[in-house]
Ligand binder design. Structure first.
Ligand code: ATP
Ligand code: MG
Length: 384
């Protein structure tokens, strides 16, 4: 459907619109073909029917990965041996597509506009998306890994070099751990660690610096957003916890290298690398107190919401396009004030919302909305 651009909408690279999602043997879908509305698509249906599975497929077309599992085989429909996720979208004035194919036991294949891509990094930033779901609360109260994950998801989408360096870093850690274990059993020499520590420090410090910058930006944006959703009495600070106390001015790879070298015996004893950004965390504080430990569930949810909105703003500024907003089952968890705040913020961003009830949200009345009903892995009704 064609529609006049709304005020403020960019007509250059700022324009992104997903149009159609085709699924084959993905989760509980044998085959599905879903057309999205210009503004808001509301996917509704009972529990366990396949709503989040659609969100998961969309998230994959933007990040190359599921938000729920690292095991790609789980995504194949039970009893089958392959899946396909194809997204058609419009960007920069052109119809484009991203096609992900996976056959059990083989490498995942990625095509952009029909051209096979060797690296997942090539798809990042093409269809940028932000996901807010009930699990987003884990960014506040979950384990450190959850927070590293979200920082990495954002940085990978806005900076290809970050992803490439992160992949390199992960390979270094793997190799260094092998050497540490070999030294433990007398099969290798300590001096072999020199090269790995050097490499690890160089790749590691780039990660630390980027995460540190992102955290500073998140902190200031989240405070502005919190003013809209709380009564302006709550102040967020975020502390980046890495291998040493960071003063904001400088951190050098030599600092990391020195820390690792000083703890060499400890690492050998444990048989794994314990210093570096794979162990980092960010601590979110509300009015100076740990949000993870002291905030109520509602406060934690507000912080998670403000984090997701802050991420959306940062990605849009860096990539220069509006992100796709994915709201999985979150509306019922928010009180009316926060619901309206969120929906008004949607503005002219394309949004996919899932809920168990077909609901007409007042704040969205101006929008072009389609209602998509899913039942047992099938799209059974589409209405506007
Ligand atoms: P809720 O409202 O509870 O969040 P939902 O509609 O979001 O539900 P989904 O998480 O999208 O539900 O889908 C869950 C369904 O998909 C479950 O019935 C689950 O058994 C099924 N499912 C998950 N993975 C597969 C798979 N690989 N093959 C077949 N079915 C699967
Ligand atoms: Mg769900």
């Amino acid at each position: 459907m064609l529609r006049c651009p709304v005020e403020g909408e960019r007509q250059d690279g700022g324009f992104l619109r997903i149009k159609r999602l085709y699924l084959k043997n993905f989760r509980n879908y044998s085959e599905a073909d879903i057309n999205f509305a210009y503004n808001t698509s509301l996917i509704y249906g009972d529990n366990a029917q396949g709503k989040t599975n659609i969100i998961e497929a969309l998230f994959m077309t933007s990040t190359g990965k599921s938000h729920r599992t690292n095991n790609i085989n789980e995504l194949i429909k039970h009893g089958e041996n392959h899946f396909r996720v194809l997204l058609e979208f419009e960007a920069n004035g052109y119809s484009q597509n991203i096609d992900i194919k996976y056959i059990k036991g083989k490498r995942k294949e990625l095509f952009i506009n029909g051209v096979k891509k060797e690296r997942i990094s090539e798809m990042l930033g093409v269809v940028p998306s932000v996901l807010f779901s009930p699990e987003s609360i884990l960014y506040v109260k979950g384990a450190p890994g959850e927070r590293r994950r979200i920082l990495d998801i954002v940085l990978c989408q806005i900076k290809k070099e970050y992803l490439i360096n992160l992949q390199r870093y992960n390979r270094i850690i793997k190799n260094k751990n092998i050497v540490l274990k070999q030294i433990q059993t007398g099969k290798n020499e300590k001096v072999q660690l020199d090269i790995w520590d050097e490499e690890l420090s160089m790749a590691g410090i780039k990660i630390v610096k980027e995460r540190q910058l992102l955290i500073e930006e998140l902190e200031s944006r989240m405070n502005n957003i919190m003013k809209g959703i709380s009564d302006d009495k709550e102040r967020i600070t975020i502390k980046y916890k890495t291998f040493k106390e960071l003063d904001k001015i400088q951190v050098d790879y030599k600092d990391l290298l020195e820390t690792i070298k000083n703890n060499r015996e400890k690492e050998i004893e444990i048989g794994s690398s314990i210093y570096g950004p794979h162990r980092d965390d960010m601590e979110i504080l509300l009015n100076g107190k740990s949000a993870r430990m002291y905030c109520s569930q509602g406060q934690q949810r507000s912080i998670a919401l403000s984090l997701c909105i802050a991420i959306m703003g940062i990605m849009e500024d860096k990539i220069g396009k509006k992100t796709l907003l994915l709201l999985d089952d979150v509306m019922s968890e928010l009180d009316e004030k926060r619901q309206n705040f969120l929906l008004e913020l949607i503005g002219n961003r394309q949004t996919v919302i899932t809920t168990t009830e077909k609901t007409k949200y007042n704040a969205l009345l101006q929008n072009n909305i389609s209602y998509i009903k899913v039942c047992d892995g099938k799209i059974i009704e589409v209405s506007t």
